[in-house]
Design a protein around this ligand. Structure first.
Ligand SMILES: Nc1ncnc2c1ncn2[C@@H]1O[C@H](COP(=O)(O)O)[C@@H](OP(=O)(O)O)[C@H]1O
Ligand SMILES: [Mg+2]
Length: 359
């Protein structure tokens, strides 16, 4: 007999215990951990407290938080890129040669931007795989803390957290796209980029222009701060192509679309994707298609691929194959990027890369 005459039936006690166990399981499976980090309980803004360590199994990450950190990382990296350019202390080096024999350049802008971007993302999300264009010097670590602030425009577009398993995530960083043009002081082509792939599919993309301080971001199935233009010329498209790794791209473009087609040579894969979109930056040229025929790396293209995909466009190899953003760094089959067009019809028009000898 319980106090005050309340009788506890054995069945009631059993149901109560089962409910209690259910609640404990829910807590243990990380539900609250995700919510706590979302509301900043993992570290008060500016307190210097790091995000709580992930669960032993890697736990989950919130893609909305990852987007906020990616936008911040692209901007912080961009500050380094600008500072180095303005101080004129580029310390230009060659990392080696491309397959076509061009110098693969690296500058202090690439190295310092890489350090900021990598450590900002790594400190906020220690359990995710990060692939970056430049070597990360472990002896030169920097703990850069995220203040857990999610910018207003992201909160407005993406109204709920999006949790995914940490082990499904691959982050790709390009700390300075268009390094060749950076060394030539062609500042408008330069971008910093972050991309997040989930199970190899590009899901988040950030492209930042350090010299005009414009940032485009998008999440597939989430939202974006950039959109497609209202119309594109599919018949005689203006085609944006590489100015420093062009290979046979002009011949391919003219052969496919005829001599009336305008070719726009430009630096940077990030810049060329922005050329397809409705970007307010006045110095940004506009094009209808982006074609690349030589070898290229995943950090150069993943952010653009994610943004195009989020806005209903596509980036594929020239044969129309999807690109998987896990595993190896390189992409062999060239690139075709389009939006508001019949992408597969464009693929059918293009000649086979093998037949044109790759470059
Ligand atoms: N054939 C090739 N081999 C290696 N990297 C290439 C390449 N073609 C393009 N890229 C890289 O892709 C990015 C865009 O190229 P482009 O400006 O020629 O369109 C540049 O990145 P980085 O500047 O980050 O090195 C460039 O180095
Ligand atoms: Mg690059």
């Amino acid at each position: 007999m319980a106090p005050m005459g309340i009788r506890l039936s054995p069945l009631g006690v059993a149901v109560f215990c089962l409910l209690g166990l259910g609640v404990l399981y829910h807590l243990y499976s990380g539900f609250l951990a995700g919510r706590f980090s979302l509301f900043g309980l993992g570290g008060e803004p500016g307190s210097g407290a790091a995000r709580p360590a992930p669960a032993a199994d890697g736990g989950t990450v919130d893609l909305r938080e990852l987007l906020a950190v990616s936008v911040l990382a692209a901007a912080r990296g961009g500050e380094e890129v600008r500072r180095v350019r303005e101080s004129n202390a580029l310390h230009e080096k060659s990392k080696g040669k491309t397959r076509e024999g061009a110098d693969e350049k690296m500058t202090s802008g690439d190295v310092l931007s890489n350090r900021k971007m990598f450590y900002l993302l790594k400190t906020a999300f220690p359990s995710v795989q990060i692939n970056t264009e430049e070597h990360v010097d472990a002896a030169d670590q920097e703990v850069i803390l995220w203040d857990h602030n999610i910018p207003e425009d992201i909160l407005r577009e993406i109204t709920t957290p999006k949790e995914v398993p940490a082990e499904s995530v691959t982050v790709w960083i390009d700390p300075l796209d268009a390094t060749q043009e950076y060394t030539e002081d062609l500042r408008n082509y330069v971008t910093t980029m972050v991309c997040v792939a989930v199970n190899g599919k590009p899901v988040l993309g950030v492209i930042h222009k350090p010299f005009s301080e414009y940032t485009a971001w998008a999440m597939v199935g989430g939202g974006s701060n950039v959109k497609a233009r209202t119309s594109y010329n599919e018949k005689t498209p203006r085609i944006v192509v590489s100015r420093s790794h062009s290979g046979m791209v002009k011949q391919v473009a003219l052969q496919t679309f005829g001599n009336q087609t305008t070719i726009i040579p430009a630096g940077g894969a990030g810049y060329k994707v922005l050329a397809l979109l409705d970007v307010p930056d006045k110095s940004q040229e506009k094009a209808d298609l982006y074609i690349h025929v030589t070898y290229i790396k995943k950090w150069d293209i993943c952010a653009g691929n994610a943004i195009l995909k989020a806005l209903g466009g596509q980036m594929t190899t020239l044969r129309g194959e999807e690109i998987s953003y896990t595993g190896s760094d390189g992409v062999e089959g060239g690139l075709l990027a389009s939006i508001k067009m019949n992408h597969q019809a464009l693929v059918r028009k293009l000649p086979d890369l093998e037949k044109i000898g790759h470059n």
